[in-house]
Ligand binder design. Structure first.
Ligand SMILES: Nc1ncnc2c1ncn2[C@@H]1O[C@H](COP(=O)(O)OP(=O)(O)OP(=O)(O)O)[C@@H](O)[C@H]1O
Ligand SMILES: [Mg+2]
Length: 285
């Protein structure tokens, strides 16, 4: 669908359009990026499902901190036909000044966190108890920031001290405390729906008054690892409701993780959509 607003940014997954100097339209496409490479094959309806999951969390967590919504609907800013076509995958948001770090919170040990722990006993410089294994629950959720990479580069885990150096000590503390509060509330809720939120990445921005504001996407299968309570077992890599499914397939295909990615078979695409839909259904029903 052609959108009659000026495109100002095309990310790996989402496209941003200018509405005016304060507002923009964020449209989630069906693109999937894995290992920071965009796959050639879109995942049908993924953008809609992600947007619905994010919207759910933005609303549920709005008592913790402000978010980037302006309160306008897409019908307020687009001709009716265009709005109808993208209404489930687009939101009107404030144009914020991004805080230039990825605010990752981990409640469980896996992925790059597990690798760091196995090498050093720490993640992002934070010491952890001995004897933890794959999928162990951490004593407390931890804030493990990473630096935001330019397009095509991988993000790098950084220490909290480095995070303070990059964005300032005062802002770093606000971001850390907000990220942990959001994670805890969401993880407690998700558990009641049979989902373990292993880890997640938040993005924050500052509004024109300098107020810290939650932006981007929130607690989706693209930005988080979701596990089922039913199949969770410490010491094993639990199957997930998220991008991990397609990442595992790509990993097993022998791909060297440089673009272009291999073509993904139809059944893997279908299963991926089903996983995203299942996450939405479980969380919101
Ligand atoms: N309210 C907002 N104000 C300003 N920027 C925002 C806002 N919400 C989201 N963004 C930015 O919009 C982009 C969304 O696109 P997408 O997630 O596809 O990008 P990406 O490939 O992850 O890009 P990046 O590498 O910049 O994170 C991100 O760069 C995100 O930081
Ligand atoms: Mg992004």
């Amino acid at each position: 669908m052609q959108i009659s607003l000026k495109k100002i940014y095309s990310g790996k997954v989402r496209d941003l359009y200018e509405i005016d100097d304060k507002r923009m339209l964020m449209v989630a496409t069906d693109r999937l990026s894995a290992f920071d490479v965009i796959l050639d094959d879109p995942i049908p309806r993924k953008g809609e499902i992600l947007t619905q999951i994010s919207n759910f969390w933005f609303d549920k967590l709005s008592h913790i901190m402000p978010n980037h919504f302006t309160g306008d609907s897409v019908f307020d800013v687009l001709p009716k036909e265009e709005a109808e076509a993208i209404q489930y995958r687009a939101v009107v948001c404030k144009r914020l000044t991004p805080v230039k770090i990825e605010s990752i919170v981990r409640g469980y040990l896996t992925g790059s966190g597990l690798k760091d722990y196995q090498k050093t006993g720490t993640i992002c410089g934070l010491a952890l108890p001995k004897g933890l294994v794959e999928a162990s629950k951490l004593p407390e959720p931890i804030f493990t920031p990473s630096s935001k990479a330019e397009v095509g580069d991988h993000d790098i885990n950084i220490s909290y001290a480095e995070c303070e150096r990059q964005i300032g000590a005062e802002l770093a503390a606000k971001v850390r405390d907000a990220a942990i509060a959001l994670y805890k509330e969401a993880a407690d809720y998700a558990l009641t729906k049979g989902i373990i939120i292993c880890d997640t990445k938040f993005e924050f921005g500052l509004d024109e008054n300098g107020t810290l504001t939650l932006m981007d996407e929130v607690l989706t299968p693209d930005s988080s690892r979701f596990w089922s309570v039913d199949t969770y077992q410490e010491g094993t890599n639990p199957p997930s409701f998220d991008k991990q499914f397609i990442r595992d397939w790509l990993e097993n295909s022998g791909w060297n993780k440089q673009a272009p990615a291999p073509r993904v078979p139809a059944d893997v695409i279908e299963k991926t959509v089903a996983k995203y839909q299942e996450a939405l259904d479980l969380l919101t029903k």
